[in-house]
Design a protein around this ligand. Structure first.
Ligand code: IPD
Ligand code: CA
Ligand code: CA
Length: 268
């Protein structure tokens, strides 16, 4: 692919690699697989499984074959980067803790950026066979049908989701204070365990808002584009416009954005 190619031509490719990666992930689901601790410190809980690795191997191989000149930033493998304008963001299995416990909620998340701008994103839930995708300025789709963010106007009538960083047992900046502020003001609050799906659900109108701290580009890249293209708003924790490397993300239907940001800032 060169700079003139429209990312929306990538739909069959994205579809193919997420479906194949999904099959690999499901081949391990509820079966035997190795679980390795990535954080070996005393309170470490971050893990990687055979399913993460198998999915990543497939996705990386397919991208390298189709787009050898592109760079890739992926969760489980340190890849060499050439400084190419095209950068893929790959989370081969988002929701690894869910997966490892047989809790049926996880996804595969892939985004493509050009000079740092999100141009394409796909989040695939292999259990529900739900594929969310968006291309810059083209809207957001769930299994090929256009979707839009919800219409909730207040936190009191909203269902929101969040997550907690893996270092929460030994970092004070662990989202517990923010959670405490929000939980008493919303209609419902969820901790789904897959940030990519949380963002996809905001895009699809199933959640009215989402926030989290210290997500990585592969967790949030695709989902950010899904929310924006579905008519929602994405900012950092203070309400400022943001980018794939932000260390605090707030994503909403737009209507509850300021209220959520204000409540989150009352974090003491
Ligand atoms: C995690 C999930 C989780 C979020 C964590 C992420 P992983 O990704 O998205 O919902 O709360 O912050 O690290 O490790 O399952 O790919
Ligand atoms: Ca992840
Ligand atoms: Ca992952």
């Amino acid at each position: 692919m060169n700079d003139l190619v429209n990312p929306k031509d990538l739909l069959p490719f994205l579809h193919h690699i997420t479906q194949e990666a999904g099959k690999r992930v499901l081949s391990y689901h509820r079966g035997d697989f190795a679980v390795e601790r990535k954080d070996t410190s005393e309170k470490g809980i971050d893990i990687v499984t055979d399913a993460d690795r198998a999915s990543e191997e497939l996705i990386l191989g397919e991208i390298a074959k189709a787009f050898p000149e592109h760079d890739i930033l992926t969760e489980e493998t340190l890849t060499e980067r050439s400084g190419a304008p095209w950068l893929w963001l790959v989370d081969p299995l988002d929701g690894t803790v869910n997966f490892a416990h047989g809790y049926p909620h996880f996804s595969i998340s892939i985004a493509l950026t050009y000079n740092g701008d999100l141009t394409a994103g796909m989040v695939y839930d292999p259990l529900r066979k739900e594929s969310f995708h968006a291309f810059q300025n083209q809207g957001t789709f769930l299994n090929g049908k256009a979707v839009a963010v919800s219409k909730a106007r207040t936190l009191q009538t909203s269902i929101v989701a969040t997550g907690f960083p893996y270092d929460r047992a030994y970092s004070e900046d662990n989202n517990v204070k923010e959670f405490t502020q929000v939980v008493t003001r919303v209609q419902g609050i969820r901790r789904g365990g897959s940030a990519a799906l949380d963002l996809a659900y905001v895009a699809g109108g199933r959640l009215d808002g989402f926030w989290e701290l210290r997500l990585k580009p592969w967790d949030q890249g695709a989902g950010m584009l899904l929310v924006q293209e579905a008519g929602g708003r994405v900012s950092d924790g203070t309400g400022r416009p943001t980018h794939i490397r932000t260390l605090s993300i707030v994503a909403t239907n737009g209507l509850i954005h300021n209220e959520l940001v204000t409540v989150l800032s009352r974090n003491s």
